[in-house]
Design a protein around this ligand. Structure first.
Ligand SMILES: Cc1cc2nc3c(=O)[nH]c(=O)nc-3n(C[C@H](O)[C@H](O)[C@H](O)COP(=O)(O)O)c2cc1C
Length: 165
């Protein structure tokens, strides 16, 4: 059973965690990138990004070449935007319907994960959600401790995955 880490990151927090998981278990990574990214990293990002979530925008993603049939175990990661997953994930979920995969969810947030996991579970119905974990701005806050938490979780997921073989 081969794992794949799929994630989007606007400011690097989710990417930091995705890379830690990848290093820990040696999994391949797919970073989702919108063709047109939100321009501002200042306060207006909350306005533009929040609006995209609320209006359920599906930004066009840069192309990638992945055969998802090769992977049975997916890690899916997102920053929390307006209490939900980021619009890049919205595009991804619309274009890629999975079933019968084992999936571990992770997110990064600025203080509250909101309903992000509930919303991901709804859109991923038909799969088995194994675990979920959240991180609070790991680039800025308690970086070492949060990276350790990511490593421990990745090992736990890896052990679980091996136990299925
Ligand atoms: C458009 C936008 C909306 C956000 N909404 C939330 C939110 O609802 N709750 C929260 O705790 N953090 C929110 N944040 C903060 C991010 O989730 C947090 O900083 C996260 O660590 C960023 O991950 P990234 O660096 O991978 O993009 C928001 C950030 C942006 C840009």
């Amino acid at each position: 059973m081969k794992p794949l880490i799929i994630f989007y990151s606007f400011e690097g927090n989710t990417k930091l965690i995705a890379e830690k998981i990848s290093q820990t278990i040696g999994a391949e990574v797919l970073e989702l990138k919108p063709k047109k990214e939100i321009k501002t990293k200042g306060f207006m990002k909350y306005f533009w990004g929040g609006k995209q979530v609320l209006t359920k925008v599906k930004p066009e993603l840069l192309p990638f070449d992945v055969n998802f049939d090769d992977y049975d175990f997916l890690f899916i990661g997102t920053p929390v935007w307006a209490g939900s997953y980021a619009p890049a994930l919205n595009s991804f979920f619309a274009d890629h319907k999975f079933s019968n995969k084992k999936i571990a969810l992770f997110c990064c947030h600025g203080g509250g994960k909101g309903k992000v996991f509930d919303k991901m579970k709804t859109v991923l119905e038909g799969n088995e959600i194994i675990s979920e974990i959240d991180f609070h701005d790991p680039k800025k806050k308690n970086t070492e401790a949060q990276l350790q938490k990511a490593e421990d979780w990745a090992k736990e997921m890896n052990d679980y995955q091996k136990s299925l073989l």
